[in-house]
Design a protein. Structure first.
Lengths: 306, 251
């Protein structure tokens, strides 16, 4: 659905996005993580045909970014929630949505239907005639997302949709994005929120001008330290460590009674490890899969880049 | 170009302007001041005068010249009223952060500019006409009661209101929308936009020093020149509307 090949965008001497190559499949939720100034917003602006690319190729649904006729078609099939909600504060919620529905060429019946559907879903229907300036930040953010959905776009670009929201509104917005995910819409999410990315995204890209890493949240977390099995025992004895060594596995002992063992295929290896430990007289209390957090991966990769 | 999209943008702007007091004041105060103030001045001048029948022709001739010049004030008003709305049109959207979602819609530059133009033109020209009607009614009341004749309507004011006023209003609108798309501050846009009044003031001075007389024929020539400039400015506005520059370079 979204493809870029060596996409680059510069502002004078400053390179905002460099040689970005990625694929986002239809129905996938792709998250972009990166520090401030990493080029996330620039990337979304290029993909939304708001600004031009400097070099490279980019396509959405096989329409070419950079071709003005294709850009008009791209704008019809995408929805954008920019980092600033950009609503008309003096107009009502309904008027804002109706205006954008017209510009997106939605027939009147569809416009009315979708406005009512989304405003009711997000509990904004009762305040539809109130001026947007009276809304809280969270209400405005929800309204901005509805605005981006009014024409039923195939691709949705969300630039920091939960930034500056309190935890309750963050959850509402996140749940709404998860609803959209179930509708099999392609979603491109820029975020600083690692927890949000981990919960929502099928795949994540870490951008720091260049694409530093890309994969599923699990792949990224494994990429830092590999997969590990953590076994808590009543007591770690030499017999137990000897049994683990005989299996040819690398381990470390933590807290005196916990073994953290490097594994390649835990589903296959864990039963043998447990049997060996029990046979060596160890008393197993818990077994967990241990991996680096997304935060650890993110910080390591971003610091390496800097 | 889909005209209904431009109309949607204009309707949105009308709704927004209704909530902005300074826009309402800028549309109402000047036409009202001119349309009531000028007849009041004339009335104050003639109310206690005892005019003999021999003086009447000279007085009427002189007054008609003044009224012709006053009529041209409505051309100047038509040039001034679009300044506040037109200057706000693009830079206002940018400053209120509404430009990015607007530009993300499948709406062309021409549709946006036309919509912004309609939003500045229509209220300005309606306010100018309203002022002109009040002015003519009040002046006719003064001349009919004190001098026994009615001056308005006449061919000069008909040409002014039906051709010069709308064309100069379009020119001012286009000029101000272009300025609004090139500067990053509303006050700067209004200051640059106000330059549109200078050539109109020059024409007015030229009439006062009898370099140009405001006959219907001369007004039609002036209107034809403005029409050509209007067409050129619309092309220029499309050519100079740089979405990317507005989004990336303006703070």
């Amino acid at each position: 659905m979204i493809e870029t090949d060596n996409l680059t965008r510069t502002y004078g001497d400053v390179t905002a996005v460099e040689d970005l190559t990625l694929r986002v499949d239809e129905g996938e939720v792709f998250g972009f993580l990166g520090p401030n100034g990493a080029g996330k917003t620039t990337c979304v602006r290029v993909l939304a045909c708001l600004i031009s690319k400097t070099s490279g190729e980019a396509r959405i649904a096989d329409y070419e970014i950079g071709n003005s006729a294709d850009c008009q078609k791209i704008r019809k099939i995408i929805g954008l929630v920019p980092d600033n909600v950009g609503l008309y504060e003096d107009l009502s919620a309904y008027r804002n949505l109706d205006f954008y529905g017209r510009l997106y060429e939605c027939p009147e019946s569809q416009r009315r239907e979708r406005i009512e559907y989304f405003l009711k879903m997000l509990e904004l229907w009762d305040v539809r005639d109130r001026a947007v300036r009276t809304f809280s930040k969270g209400m405005k953010q929800k309204l901005a997302i509805v605005r981006a959905l009014i024409h039923d776009p195939q691709v949705l670009f969300l630039d920091e949709p939960t930034a500056n929201l309190d935890p309750a509104f963050q959850k509402t917005v996140r749940d709404f994005i998860l609803e959209l995910k179930h509708e099999k819409r392609t979603i491109f999410l820029n975020t600083h929120n690692l927890d949000e990315a981990q919960r929502i995204c099928d795949r994540i890209g870490i951008l720091n001008t260049r694409l530093v890493a890309e994969g599923t949240p699990e792949q990224l977390m494994e990429s830092l330290e590999g997969r590990k099995t953590e076994i808590q025992l009543q007591q770690v004895t030499p017999a137990v460590t000897g049994a683990v060594e005989r299996l040819g596995l690398h381990y470390v002992t933590t807290n005196g009674n916990r073994l953290v063992i490097d594994v390649r295929d835990p589903e296959m290896e864990n039963p043998g490890i447990t049997e060996a430990i029990v046979a060596a007289g160890g008393h197993v209390q818990f077994i967990n899969e241990k991996h680096a957090t997304l935060e650890e991966v993110y910080l390591k990769l971003v610091r390496e880049e800097q | 170009m889909k005209l209904w999209k431009s109309w949607a943008i204009a309707r949105k702007d009308f709704a927004t302007f209704r909530t902005k007091r300074y826009v309402i004041y800028s549309l109402v105060v000047l036409p009202l001041f001119i349309s009531i103030g000028l007849p009041t001045l004339i009335w104050l001048g003639v109310r206690n005068a005892s005019i003999s029948s021999s003086q009447l022709p000279a007085l009427v001739s002189g007054l008609n010249g003044v009224l012709n010049a006053f009529s041209f004030f409505f051309v100047i008003i038509a040039g001034m009223l679009p300044i506040s709305i037109g200057a706000y049109s693009i830079v206002g959207e940018k400053l209120e952060k509404t430009l990015e979602p607007l530009l993300a819609t499948p709406t062309t530059d021409g549709e946006i500019l036309l919509g912004k133009g309609i939003a500045a033109f229509l209220p300005s020209v309606v306010a100018t006409y309203a002022g002109a009607v009040i002015f003519m009614v009040l002046m006719d009341a003064v001349t009919s009661t004190k001098l026994g004749y009615i001056y308005f309507p006449n061919w000069t004011v008909a040409v002014i209101l039906l051709t010069t006023v709308p064309l100069i209003s379009i020119l001012s609108t286009e000029f101000n929308v272009i300025i609004s798309a090139r500067v990053s501050d509303i006050r700067a846009a209004q200051q640059f936009g106000a330059l549109i009044v200078l050539p109109l003031a020059a024409i007015y001075v030229a009439t006062e020093v009898a370099f140009v007389s405001l006959t219907p024929a001369n007004l039609l020539i002036i209107s034809a020149i403005i029409l050509v400039i209007d067409a050129l400015l619309f092309s220029l506005s499309r050519a100079t509307f740089r979405r990317e520059e507005i989004l990336t370079k303006w703070k």
